[in-house]
Write a protein that binds this ligand. Structure first.
Ligand SMILES: [Zn+2]
Ligand SMILES: [Zn+2]
Ligand SMILES: [Zn+2]
Ligand SMILES: [Zn+2]
Ligand SMILES: [Zn+2]
Length: 249
């Protein structure tokens, strides 16, 4: 029993920021250095959460060193190889010392910056970093809200059971639980599909220009001095890039 506790003390991960080695773009703020269970001489970095800076191939492959099913990942900015996403771990890896990190990056593809002053357990689990504010003109119907993050659904995907979520939210849920959070039916990353109709419906939602929004605490509210323009969510940039209230032009 004591032995187990001690070995756990040693594997408290250090928070590491990972950047694409090719274009220097930040990939994740929740990186950590790991050794591969199926080949302990291979050094990799991993994260438990995908980010919007990571693109995932649609093609599933068997991993070369074990029976895990994987998909390759790429930098969203420059398309450079990053590593792979384990979409279904093999029995051997599932029984090994598994830290629930299913996103792995080859050390030759990423630049790592260890954050000595940050503590892993307090590191924010924020699926949607640096999002632009969304204040809608009218209350939205429930079917436009993701039941995982409780926000407006982004990049809507539908599962084989028929339920729809943000892509980033459901991929995380599949990594951790492999079940639909609503009906507990088994699901896999191979069986999620874009929900184009809902995506269109969400792009057409009327919102206020971001230069009319101000943050009070954690919530966005309308500012009295800012822009009062109403725009379609999917076309907000058309107005916002030239908005006369924009201060960073
Ligand atoms: Zn890149
Ligand atoms: Zn495996
Ligand atoms: Zn969501
Ligand atoms: Zn479901
Ligand atoms: Zn504006």
């Amino acid at each position: 029993m004591d032995d187990i506790d001690e070995s756990f003390d040693e594997i408290i991960p250090k928070v590491t920021y990972l950047y694409c080695k090719n274009c220097d773009k930040l990939i994740t703020k929740r990186g950590v250095k790991v050794l591969l269970i199926s080949d302990l001489s291979t050094e990799l970095y991993s994260t438990d959460l995908s980010t919007r800076n990571i693109n995932e191939s649609l093609e599933t492959q068997k991993f070369s060193l074990c029976n895990c099913k994987i998909r390759n990942t790429f930098c969203k900015s420059c398309s450079h190889d990053l590593g792979y996403h384990v979409i279904y771990p093999c029995d051997e890896c599932n029984e090994g010392e598994n830290n629930s990190h299913y996103w792995l990056f080859h050390s030759k593809n990423v630049k790592a910056e260890e954050q000595k002053d940050l503590d892993w357990d307090n590191q924010q689990v924020n699926l949607k970093e640096n999002e632009d504010p969304i204040i809608t003109l009218y209350p939205l119907p429930d079917y436009t809200i993701c039941s995982i993050c409780l926000d407006l659904i982004e990049e809507a995907v539908v599962l084989s059971c028929g339920h729809t979520f943000c892509q980033i939210c459901i991929v995380r849920e599949i990594d951790l639980n492999r079940k639909c959070p609503i009906d507990r039916k088994e699901i896999s990353t191979e069986l999620i599909f874009p929900n184009y109709n809902l995506r269109q419906c969400i792009e057409d939602v009327d919102i206020y220009c971001m230069y009319g929004c101000t943050k009070i605490g954690n919530d966005w509210t309308l500012s009295k001095e800012g822009c009062t323009e109403v725009v379609k969510l999917g076309r907000r940039k058309d107005h916002e890039k030239n908005c006369k209230f924009r201060t960073d032009k």
